[in-house]
Design a protein around this ligand. Structure first.
Ligand SMILES: *Cc1c(COP(=O)(O)O)cnc(C)c1O
Length: 383
């Protein structure tokens, strides 16, 4: 079987995303072909072909990239982790260049940007991404504008539609971290993004058993694709063969998982908003949330991440300790419901409240999730 046989049927792009999640990245339909692209653990290949060496390509990456690319509406490249993918993007910055990042964004990205800033004399402009004028002003003279929407962990929503439109003919590379929304709820390339980043470790994998990252660029961005691929070859941040297999397997059920998890999140957010021990609920799916109108306009759903604010750190810590079904763990996007107090991380920003818990709602029965939360809330000091 050649790499070409394993390439996705690109006509799948004409199908609904729910279908593409199932059809993309399959081997050619010939008698006795397996339905799934097999694991190919290979460090090298017989010479004379396109793959050549294990750091340059793997049929499993190709299958996964076909699926992620088809879902996002572009061409994908996969990497060893979301952070490996992020570094490949940061590598596009010239010495002395300028990067715009949001005040609240994935902490690893913020740390990597600051580290590079010192070493390479970069200017890092930190913006409140809910202030579109501020973002556009900061974009002036920037090399990269990096946004994440909704943001981690404050669930703020950026006006990707307007920013994407305004940056379309702008020299800055517009990057959107689409990890929280997934391509099923938001497709930033259609809104004008030049690069979409995924920590596939989260929703795309969906089962908390793989670390992998991806970048997606528009079909028309051939030079950018080549640059990103060349950096992967030279820096070696390649995905594992097993991880690529697991993530593609995860994508098959992404639509189902998202639907169930979002329904659970919506119900829990609504109930938590009325609970006397909860000071605030941050979830764009709630009508009174400041990001609701924007999210409704540019996303096809609100996702399954939300944050709740308790009185203080001790109360929030007591809640996560008292839970039995909810898992106290970092990371997100798995079938199992997890939560954590964000400020337990030294790097988390002081603008994130001490008592804020980020919740990644899974696909369990919502009543069991609610019962566990209420029994845990009963154990913490009241309002
Ligand atoms: C987890 C995460 C990352 C980093 O991805 P890894 O796969 O952990 O390296 C980047 N952005 C967001 C929004 C994330 O949640």
């Amino acid at each position: 079987m050649t790499a070409d046989d394993l390439a996705a049927d690109h006509s799948s792009k004409l199908l609904h995303r729910n279908t593409v999640a199932v059809t993309a990245g399959r081997p050619a339909r010939v008698p006795d072909a397996p339905l799934n692209t097999p694991l190919v653990p290979a460090s090298t290949y017989v010479g004379g072909g396109e793959l050549g060496y294990g750091r340059y390509g793997n049929p499993g990456w190709t299958a996964l990239e076909d699926a992620i690319g088809a879902l996002e509406g572009g061409r994908a490249l996969t990497y060893g982790s979301g952070m490996a993918a992020a570094h490949v993007v940061l590598e596009l910055l010239p010495v002395g260049g300028t990067l715009v990042i949001p005040r609240h964004c994935y902490l690893g990205v913020a740390a990597a940007a600051q580290e590079r800033a010192e070493r390479y004399g970069l200017e890092v402009r930190i913006v409140d991404l809910t202030d579109t004028d501020e973002v556009l002003q900061a974009a002036d003279g920037a090399d990269i504008v990096w946004l994440e929407s909704p943001t981690n962990p404050m669930m703020e929503v950026a006006d990707l539609t307007r920013i994407g439109r305004e940056l379309r003919d702008h020299p800055a590379i517009f990057v959107v971290d689409n990890t929280f929304a997934t391509p099923l709820l938001q497709t930033p390339i259609a809104l004008g993004a030049d690069i979409v980043l995924h920590s596939a470790t989260k929703f795309l994998s969906g089962h908390s058993d793989a670390v992998l990252g991806a970048l997606v660029v528009p079909e028309s961005a051939g030079d950018l694709y080549d640059a990103l691929e060349a950096t992967r070859k030279l820096h070696g941040g390649t995905p594992g063969t097993l991880e690529a297999y697991l993530v593609l397997r995860g994508i098959r059920t992404l639509p189902l998982r998202i639907r169930q998890a979002e329904a659970n999140a919506t119900e829990l957010a609504t109930r938590l908003a009325d609970h006397p021990s909860i000071d605030a609920v941050y979830y764009p799916g709630l009508e009174k949330d400041p990001g609701h109108a924007l999210a409704k306009a540019q996303m096809s759903g609100f996702g399954s991440l939300l944050s709740i604010e308790l009185r203080d750190a001790a109360t929030a810590d007591a809640l996560v300790e008292a839970a039995e079904l909810w898992v106290h763990a970092t990371s997100l996007g798995g079938v199992e419901s997890t939560f954590e107090r964000r400020r337990r991380w030294a790097g988390e920003l002081p603008t994130v409240p001490e008592g804020l818990i980020r919740m990644s709602v899974g696909v369990e029965d919502v009543e069991d999730l609610w019962d566990d939360l209420t029994q845990a809330l009963d154990k913490v000091p009241g309002p």
